[in-house]
Design a protein around this ligand. Sequence first.
Ligand code: GNR
Ligand code: NI
Length: 174
Amino acid sequence: MAVLEIRTVPDPILKEVSQPVEKVDDDLRQLMDDMLQTMYGADGIGLAAIQVGVPKRVIVMDLAGRDEAPQPRYFVNPVLSDPSDSLKPYEEGCLSVPTVFDEVERPDRIRIQYLDYDGNECEEIAEDMFAVCIQHEMDHLEGVLFIDYLSRLKRQRAVQKVKKVEKSKDRDAA
Ligand code: GNR
Ligand code: NI
């Protein structure tokens, strides 16, 4: 397993639309394992492949609490449908927009169809944090970030802040 580099704004790859996976094979499982390790290493609850520079429709997630056993989940070629009419605001963050948090409103319930780690077809209803996270990750597959829902001013400030934070990290590493 390997920890991969997480791309941050304004990396243009984050705006790419990811392509469907043709086959869930060992190479793809290797990518999913690496993504999960990368996500855990960054203290995230979800990660889309594009965030590590791979434009495939693959998401990993773990919504377990700190004191719970890990609950890794894998979503290949996910499709969302039947969103609830009711929206819920949630303070979102993103590993590709580190240190920035802001409220986004999304349907609080949605159907998800996907292939799992073994390539089996699955279907679930996502609610609460699961609904927030899967919609946030789905957006990544379409090249959309949560800051795209904010005002232009807030979005520009967010990108500037990340640039600054990343620069100071580079300085520390040098
Ligand atoms: O780790 C993450 N936390 C989070 C918090 C609120 C809403 C969405 C998320 S997803 C984010 C990890 C990430 O950037 N996934 O793409
Ligand atoms: Ni994100």
